[in-house]
Design a protein around this ligand. Structure first.
Ligand SMILES: Nc1ncnc2c1ncn2[C@@H]1O[C@H](COP(=O)(O)OP(=O)(O)OP(=O)(O)O)[C@@H](O)[C@H]1O
Ligand SMILES: [Mg+2]
Length: 254
């Protein structure tokens, strides 16, 4: 496959790495052969024109801005080398939507990408401000880009804004996620909510589980604890107990 090797050359070239602001060792960890092949396949299928700068380079994933059909998109690459089976298994085991999947060490990361895609699709269905999922392929997820021409939307932790209003938004949508979509985010924090055009956008939903997951209540309480702690630090008049009660609402049968 000639084009694949051209892509490989591009990705491994010093110029590209310089642009990425990651060193060669990191690049080798992200762009292993399997990921390069998957990226090539996704790029062909989704008419990706080019891959732009990395928005974020974390422990378990790298997030790039890219262009597909000339429109900005985001490609999230789950790192095959660092995604820990034990860290993500607890969110897949007990999620009835994936109970028929045969999970093993080599395909768990693909299931993880599919799980984030599935959760984003649910979020969209219920009108939650969040990236629109476009495609998943192996360890890659493509979704719409949240941000302006100049820069990606910042995280809540990075901004100064009307936090009272943002709290109301987060409360309203967390309630819809729980009561209507019947999902628990499970990693809700000021890192995973973006601020764009005065609106809160929910991202990073790979670990989100349905409400009937055995640990759902534990995840929900942890989410509410984390997010109220953040808003209290920002001077918002809110409380853990009150938010939890409001999000859970009156008890309804499943
Ligand atoms: N669709 C998007 N549009 C704009 N920015 C995004 C989008 N998705 C993710 N980001 C940015 O990339 C960052 C990392 O993405 P995300 O939170 O989904 O990955 P992560 O699992 O936290 O990665 P890691 O744990 O490896 O840091 C986000 O905090 C956000 O700043
Ligand atoms: Mg995150």
């Amino acid at each position: 496959m000639q084009e694949e090797s051209a892509l490989e050359l591009l990705l491994k070239s010093n110029e590209f790495l310089h642009h990425l602001d990651i060193d060669r060792k990191t690049a080798d960890l992200v762009f292993d052969r399997r990921t390069l092949k998957a990226l090539y396949e996704l790029m062909s299928k989704q008419s990706v024109n080019y891959i732009d700068f990395p928005i974020s380079s974390g422990k378990e994933s790298v997030v790039f801005k890219a262009y597909s059909n000339r429109k900005p998109v985001v490609i999230k690459i789950y790192k095959l080398s660092t995604l820990r089976f034990s860290n993500i298994w607890k969110y897949i085991d007990g999620d009835h939507r994936f109970s028929k999947e045969r999970v093993n060490r080599s395909n768990i990361v693909n299931i993880w990408a599919k799980k984030e895609f599935t959760n984003l699709r649910e979020f969209q269905k219920f009108g939650i401000p969040s990236p629109r999922p476009i495609a998943f392929h192996k360890n890659l997820l493509m979704m719409s880009y949240v941000g302006t021409k100049k820069s990606p939307a910042p995280m809540l932790r990075q901004i100064d804004a009307d936090f009272q209003d943002l709290y109301e938004q987060v409360l309203k949508f967390t309630k819809i996620i729980y009561q209507d979509a019947k999902i628990v985010h499970a990693d809700l924090s000021e890192y995973n909510i973006l601020y764009h055009r005065k609106k809160a956008y929910f991202v990073d939903v790979g670990q989100s589980v349905p409400r009937d997951h055995p640990a759902a209540q534990y995840f929900l309480e942890r989410d509410i604890r984390n997010i109220t702690n953040f808003f209290i630090k920002k001077g918002v008049n809110c409380q853990y107990d009150a938010m939890l009660r409001e999000v859970m609402g009156p008890k309804t049968p499943e």
